[in-house]
Design a binder for this molecule. Structure first.
Ligand code: DGY
Length: 309
């Protein structure tokens, strides 16, 4: 799609993101950038991109981009909302089930040749059916996660900075303040963007409010949870388990304390990773970029105030 419309340079190593200095270098002469969440498009990059008019992120989250700096320079910032909602909600549920029923740990156990016999006490987990689910952030993905809970006869609580009563009714979720959600939920699933307000929203204090049988799921952004506090809580048995697709530092370093714990399921940020969804995201990101370069309003614009027709 892009090559039909523009002259395109592609970073040649798909699994090694460009270092910051390479990003600065690459943006100097270009009018548009299609970037991934691993690319930091900060003030320095934006200042270097003298001809830059459009930044199109191939992700719904855009905490990797300094939107305020882009807006000041009149640069359009675009993202890919909607197309990954169901796929990411599926993944949050996969993590929830895996952590509750110790799926990854059991798999490691069988592969290690440790399975001797059926045993009444082997790999005991937590029930999901009929339990209480707490959703933090009832945006598109949070709602999709909440809807799935109906099939498990769950009570659904949610906390968000904005209350939308019609959404509450349609997904069957009850608004509560965060401490209440943490105290009453058996499963807590995070679906907020990473902002200055949500950074470390879940820290040591919040974790102590949770039940010792509770499971924490994070498929949003790692920075929403204080990773050190989480590792400590899991080690001390303050909560039962965690299912994590995102981390404060990605890729997760091989010596990260979370990796020493059996009660954590770790995934390499694959929330939206289905063939169909990643294809839709790529097309959407390319479509946004092309529209912006042509002077049209990109369909998914984060800073609409910049666009003047
Ligand atoms: C996003 O889109 O923000 C996800 O984290 C990757 O799909």
């Amino acid at each position: 799609m892009l090559r039909r419309e523009a002259s395109v340079t592609v970073w040649p190593e798909p699994e090694v993101p460009p270092p910051p200095e390479a990003v600065v270098e690459q943006v100097r002469e270009v009018e548009g950038v299609l970037c991934l969440l691993t690319d930091r498009i900060d003030g320095e990059v934006i200042a270097a991109g003298k001809r830059l008019r459009v930044i199109s992120n191939c992700a719904v989250g855009y905490d990797n981009i300094d939107v305020a700096a882009a807006t000041r320079r009149g640069i359009l910032v675009c993202n890919t909302p909607g197309v990954l909602t169901e796929t990411t909600a599926d993944l949050a549920w996969a993590l929830l089930m895996a952590a509750a029923r110790r799926i990854a740990e059991s798999d490691r156990y069988v592969r290690a040749g440790k399975w001797r016999s059926w045993s009444p006490q082997l790999m005991l987990g937590q029930d999901v059916g009929g339990a209480t689910l707490g959703v933090i952030g009832l945006g598109r993905i949070g709602q999709a996660v909440a809807r799935r809970a109906r099939g498990f006869d769950m009570r659904v609580l949610y906390y968000d900075i904005v209350r939308v009563p019609e959404v509450e009714r349609s997904v069957g979720a009850e608004f509560v303040e965060l401490p209440v959600l943490l105290r009453e939920s058996d499963f807590v699933s995070i679906h907020t963007p990473l902002t200055e307000e949500t950074r470390h929203l879940i820290g040591a204090e919040e974790l102590t409010l949770m039940k010792p049988t509770a499971v924490l799921v994070n498929s949003a952004r790692g920075g929403v949870v204080d990773a050190q506090a989480l590792a400590a809580a899991l080690r001390k048995g303050e909560i039962f388990a965690a299912g994590l697709d995102v981390f404060e530092s990605e890729p997760l370093p091989a010596d990260d304390p979370l990796l020493d714990l059996e009660n954590v399921v770790v995934l390499p940020h694959i929330g939206s990773a289905s063939v169909a969804t990643r294809t839709r995201m790529a097309r959407m990101a390319a479509g946004n970029l092309i529209a912006g370069l042509k002077g049209e309003r990109p369909p998914y614009l984060v800073n609409p105030e910049v666009f003047s027709s």
